[in-house]
Design a binder for this molecule. Structure first.
Ligand code: CUA
Length: 322
């Protein structure tokens, strides 16, 4: 029952269309233009070929005394039928290869973000700015964002349809891609390489902000975690530091420094959690902590059989990490 409630609440959040044909940045727009050229060319060829078939069906339909049509041995026709498609494909290759080459260049004055794919969530490291977060990537508008993509377990694929194409995230390899967001807003994305039970629950979002707002966000994220003040949150901190949480998670400024699961230093500043599939609030957190794999199949965070008292304390602590 809890799983259904959680799923319903997740569906009500802003799941914006993941629409690659409505580009909102130069990289995705370039891909969309290629698609337009290819589609229009294919449409023209379709009309010509189908038109000729219909014409031939009518003009050369069976009549008494007629022989079936026969092209075998007509060398000229066969040469033309081979050359025309070859030339069309060669023509299409020119803008395609040019776009691939242009988009492979590292853009100037880019913001650099390292993306690490985990089963089943995304880690973002702003190495130059000393910020680590998960699932929600904040970026300034009108500045290229250069991604370095790495994987730690299996192959994932990173995709933000409105901003850029897909790029595989492969353990032992370093891949790159970039994008620029032109308008402030939320852009949803998705892991697009089957990576296990919760592949479909490995979502992401990019939050594009005005440069000033981005600077504010960065300075907030650079702070160590705020210390809890109310007694329930303090109790939660104790459960966190003395229980199993500390084995996988980091909270900057505390003893927790593990990098297996998401860094929780500013957990409460995020709108979603667990692969950006759940809205971040007390109700969803309670359901999650009660039995993570029940609401996110294959979750690496096991069911620790926490008592309701410990869960409420942990929720209070997590919500104090702004
Ligand atoms: Cu990660 Cu699919």
């Amino acid at each position: 029952m809890g799983a259904f409630a959680l799923a319903a609440s997740a569906c009500s959040s802003n799941v914006g269309p993941q629409d690659y044909m409505s580009p909102e940045g130069p990289v995705s727009r370039r891909a969309d233009q290629l698609w337009d050229i290819t589609f229009m060319l294919a449409a023209i060829i379709f009309v010509i070929v189908e038109g000729l078939i219909v014409f031939a069906l009518i003009k050369f339909r069976h009549k008494p005394g007629r022989q079936a049509a026969q092209f075998h041995g007509n060398t000229k026709l066969e040469v033309v039928l081979t050359l025309v498609p070859a030339l069309i494909l060669a023509g299409l290759a020119i803008p395609t290869v040019k776009a691939i080459a242009d988009l492979s260049q590292k853009p100037n004055n880019a913001l650099e973000v390292k993306v690490v794919g985990h089963q089943f969530w995304w880690e973002y490291e702003y190495s130059d700015l000393d910020v680590i977060t998960a699932n929600e990537m904040h970026v300034p508008i009108n500045q290229p964002v250069y991604l370095t993509l790495e994987g730690v377990d299996v192959i994932h694929s990173f995709w933000i349809p409105k901003l850029t194409g897909k790029q595989d995230v492969v353990p032992g390899r370093v891949n790159h891609m970039w994008f620029t967001a032109e308008k402030p807003g939320e852009y949803w994305g998705q892991c697009t390489e089957y990576c296990g039970l919760s592949h479909a629950n490995m979502r992401l979002r990019v939050i594009a902000m005005a440069p000033d707002d981005f600077q504010t966000w960065i300075s907030e994220q650079q702070q160590p975690a705020s210390s809890p003040s109310d007694s329930l949150a303090l109790q939660g901190e104790k459960v966190f530091m003395e229980g199993p949480c500390i084995n996988c998670h980091a909270v900057e400024g505390s003893d927790a420094a593990a990098r297996i699961g998401p860094d929780l230093t500013h957990f409460a500043s995020r709108g979603t959690f667990a692969g950006a599939i759940f809205d971040n609030n007390a109700e969803t957190l309670t359901t999650w902590l009660d039995d993570p794999p029940a609401v996110k199949p294959g979750s690496k965070m096991p069911d620790y059989d926490l008592s309701q008292e410990d869960i409420q304390a942990l929720v209070a602590y997590l919500q104090s990490l702004e």
